[in-house]
Design a binder for this molecule. Structure first.
Ligand SMILES: *Cc1c(COP(=O)(O)O)cnc(C)c1O
Ligand code: SF4
Length: 456
């Protein structure tokens, strides 16, 4: 049963309050920032999407540690995210009191450079049902379908490493949800090999329970679906979703309906840092979700300035495991706009993973990583080793379009600066089958799900 008794935080964060470029100057913390930092936030947020909320501001950011605080870095745009001359151009326009239109047109030019794939159109993996493409769906790995409900395309706060401004559109048209949900069901019925449906976004938990239920109702009708997954950052950015929101109980009741139907409900919690699990309300959210029979799995990209240390990861996984969450994936930050600001070389990612993993009890060693979601599949960096006297990356696919490639170790030439799969080269001829490039240039690449940073 859904528990009702535990007292929520005595804080003032029962009602969601968005903090954006237009109202941040009314937050008490704003005056604590250096004028230079304030100018940077105003400048960069004219180009990149910026949105946080009062809970993140008051409970998760440690203002004594700003600007180095990880939650501040996770949500606040910084000058270094733009090229210096781009930054100066926008800053100078703002300083000169330029008109909105002029700033916007400069911003558009910069955006076009930052994100070569703005609209999120996908030409790979787009499934069809009854001859009609379903653009809000992606079926890349046999067992699992990703579904992006059109009402779930925004988030309770925006991560600075996530570049999906083109997708952040809200839409609460229930009629459309019904049509989409029906298409999803028909697709699943025609593809009994799909056991897992993963709702993602944006954040599907941004939806009202009533809207979310239209999708769940359809999925529950499909017998071949065994696991319903929900990819969400709400557990970190707005745990009130499961505790104090007006329809929190309704949402939890939907979770119960899934588990009572005999299916597994896996909440893929996007936790980037242990501080997100430090508040009483975030822990209460975990308790309530688990009390529905759902499991929570934890996944996150490794991001410079935010969680680029073994301590941060060990702390996250140990804390999560204690609360009953299951460490699942560490992703490599992919090729997004401010790549140079956030990325780490693969060799360093592996060192961080390994150092953190060594400290874990076996119960937390359920995690796999660092993993790159690239064109052929999820490429796991197992480590750095020497093969016949040559330094090499040892790799494997955890998931692949071609399932026969999964879990077969292969090698790439060691490169201390490589930060993504397509910068790697086969070590020898026998490794070549594992280096698969898309036949068309990477226009289909899209970053709709920032948590996994899905590339097609
Ligand atoms: C990561 C991912 C999935 C889910 O993979 P699991 O290993 O089952 O968690 C499904 N589809 C795509 C496109 C993905 O990138
Ligand atoms: S990473 Fe996830 S929570 Fe963050 S902005 Fe992107 S989709 Fe939203």
């Amino acid at each position: 049963m859904v528990r009702d008794n535990a007292a929520p935080d005595p804080s003032t964060h029962d009602r969601y309050r968005a903090v954006t470029r237009t109202n941040i100057d009314r937050c008490s913390q704003w005056q604590r920032l250096d004028p230079e930092l304030r100018e940077a936030v105003m400048t960069v947020s004219a180009v990149l999407p910026f949105r946080t909320n009062a809970y993140v501001m008051d409970e998760l950011i440690d203002w004594d540690r700003v600007p180095d605080d990880p939650m501040f870095r996770l949500t606040f745009p910084m000058a270094a995210m733009l090229e210096e001359h781009d930054y100066q151009r926008v800053r100078d326009l703002i300083r000169a009191g330029a008109e909105k239109g002029e700033i916007e047109s400069a911003a558009n030019t910069i955006r076009a450079k930052l994100n070569p794939h703005p609209a999120g159109q996908m030409s790979h993996n787009v499934p069809h049902v009854d001859g009609e493409p379903i653009p809000g769906m992606q079926h890349k790995y046999r067992e699992t379908v990703l579904f992006f409900p059109s009402h779930g395309q925004t988030c309770h706060a925006y991560c600075t490493f996530c570049f999906r401004w083109a997708q952040f559109i809200g839409d609460d048209d229930l009629k459309f949800a019904n049509k989409e949900a029906g298409q999803l069901r028909r697709y699943l019925e025609q593809h009994p090999e799909v056991t897992d449906v993963l709702f993602t976004g944006g954040d599907p938990m941004i939806m009202k329970a009533k809207v979310f239920e239209t999708y769940i109702d359809e999925v529950l009708r499909v017998e071949s679906v065994r696991t319903v997954r929900i990819g969400t950052k709400s557990v970190a950015y707005w745990p009130q979703r499961f505790v104090t929101d007006a329809d929190a109980r309704d949402m939890l009741r939907i979770f119960e309906r899934v588990t009572e139907s005999g299916k597994h409900l896996a909440l893929m919690g996007h936790y980037n840092h242990a501080v997100e699990l430090s508040t009483e309300i975030s822990r209460e959210a975990v308790r309530r979700i688990r009390a529905t029979g759902a499991n929570i799995r934890m996944q996150s990209p490794l991001i410079r300035h935010i969680n680029d240390s073994a301590d941060a990861w060990a702390d996250l996984w140990v804390t999560g495991t204690q609360l009953g969450c299951v460490p699942y994936y560490m992703f490599v930050e992919r090729d997004t706009g401010a790549k140079s600001y956030f990325e780490l070389p693969l060799a360093e990612c592996w060192e961080i993973f390994q150092a953190a993993y060594q400290r874990l009890p076996g119960t937390a060693r359920t995690v796999r990583g660092p993993s790159m979601s690239c064109f052929p599949g999820k490429c796991h960096v197992l480590g750095v080793s020497e093969v016949a006297g040559e330094k090499a990356f040892v790799l494997e696919f955890l998931q692949a379009r071609d399932p026969s490639l999964v879990r077969r170790p292969f090698f790439a030439k060691f490169d201390p600066t490589a930060s993504w799969y397509d910068e790697l080269e086969p070590l020898s001829a026998s490794d070549e089958p594992f280096f698969i490039r898309p036949e068309v240039p990477t226009t289909p690449l899209t970053v709709r799900d920032g948590h996994d940073l899905v590339a097609n």
